[in-house]
Design a protein around this ligand. Structure first.
Ligand code: BDR
Ligand code: CA
Length: 333
């Protein structure tokens, strides 16, 4: 009697140890329509992602609004347990720019906003990063970087040694083969604060970039929007309402059959890296005044013979992303 019981316990223990530990994650973000979709995807995935905090930055709209929108996303997802820290109100050097033409005056398309119930966490996001990464075990914390990289850059300038607490930074940003979305050369997050992105790159932390190259291959379609709508809960209705308006900007601009949901790809990459492929390459950032300002120069073919400094993701399974998003939204209210 006892032997099978002990064997069963041993098997259960083995299965538990085989299960990967959740990723210790900080989400740095400027919500932002696609940022909110990414936040939903992350907050609906507690088995894989231990979200330590959401840190906000000025980007798509001003800091007050990105911080309110992050708190709204948290409220809608029923995850008020996650602290939201507000960070940098402006880029390191350049004049602030916003993207209200894409994300709406409130930073959220297609839906009504209100003042969320739960307040911001006390303290600044930059100090939170310094304290948390400084106290972390070596290479233990992952950062999902969904906006301009100002907060992390300020933290690294203040305390360069905190880089050792970082496991990896997964960035939505940059563009290579088909050019940018805010200028012909630059993608918005890099253009909004290229100097910050340079600081993060120079810190030597492990970096993965998901540029427009891949996010423009993972587009909505009528069928995919119907798939999301079929989930039929509050979260999926919000996502569909947000996306129905958000995607029109890029569909009109590029003549594409659907729109990208850029930032959601970063969270999908953390949850299911097998949906994506890329290469380790050398990348540099142009922060000089001029037409190349904010451009990422991705040496995909290795012509410069420089050591690789980023993982550059070029391909993604679009249907896989929308299957994952629908399945996870179904776990929310
Ligand atoms: C990126 O810029 C922002 O407008 C989006 O939220 C995304 O992070 C796409 O270029
Ligand atoms: Ca964003």
């Amino acid at each position: 009697m006892l032997k099978p019981l002990l064997q069963g316990i041993a098997l259960m223990a083995a299965a538990t140890t085989l299960q990967a530990a959740p990723i210790d994650l900080i989400i740095d973000t400027d919500p932002g329509a696609d940022d909110v979709v990414a936040l939903f995807l992350a907050m609906a995935s507690p088995d894989e992602l231990n979200i330590r905090a959401i840190t906000t930055v000025a980007g798509n709209v001003r800091l007050e609004k990105t911080s309110r929108n992050a708190r709204l996303a948290r409220e809608w997802a029923g995850r008020e347990d996650i602290p939201v820290y507000a960070g940098a109100a402006r880029p390191l050097v350049r004049k602030p720019i916003y993207a209200a033409d894409v994300h709406g005056e409130e930073g959220l398309t297609g839906i009504q906003v209100h003042e969320p119930k739960a307040p911001l966490a006390q303290g600044n996001a930059v100090q939170y990063l310094v304290d948390t990464l400084g106290a972390a075990k070596p290479h233990s914390i992952t950062i999902a970087m969904l906006g301009p990289q100002t907060n992390l850059a300020l933290a690294l300038i203040q305390r360069p040694d905190i880089a050792k607490g970082i496991k990896q930074v997964v960035v939505m940003g940059g563009a290579h083969f088909n050019g940018g979305n805010i200028t012909p050369a630059a993608e918005f997050n890099l253009y909004a604060d290229p100097h910050a992105a340079e600081v993060v790159l120079a810190s030597g932390v492990q970096l993965t970039y998901l540029p427009l190259d891949v996010t423009h291959k993972m587009l909505t379609s009528d069928a995919r929007l119907k798939q999301l709508a079929a989930v039929n809960n509050q979260a999926s209705k919000l996502v569909v309402d947000i996306l129905n308006v958000y995607i029109t900007h890029d569909m009109d601009l590029y003549g594409m059959p659907g729109g990208p949901v850029h930032d959601a790809s970063v969270i999908a990459y953390l949850l299911k890296p097998e949906l994506f492929s890329g290469r380790r390459i050398h990348m540099s950032i142009d922060s000089r005044e001029g037409p190349g300002f904010g451009q990422t120069i991705a040496d995909w073919y290795g012509v410069l013979k420089q050591p690789a400094n980023v993982m550059w993701v070029e391909e993604g399974d679009a249907q896989g992303l929308f299957d994952l998003l629908s399945a996870r939204l179904a776990r929310l209210e």
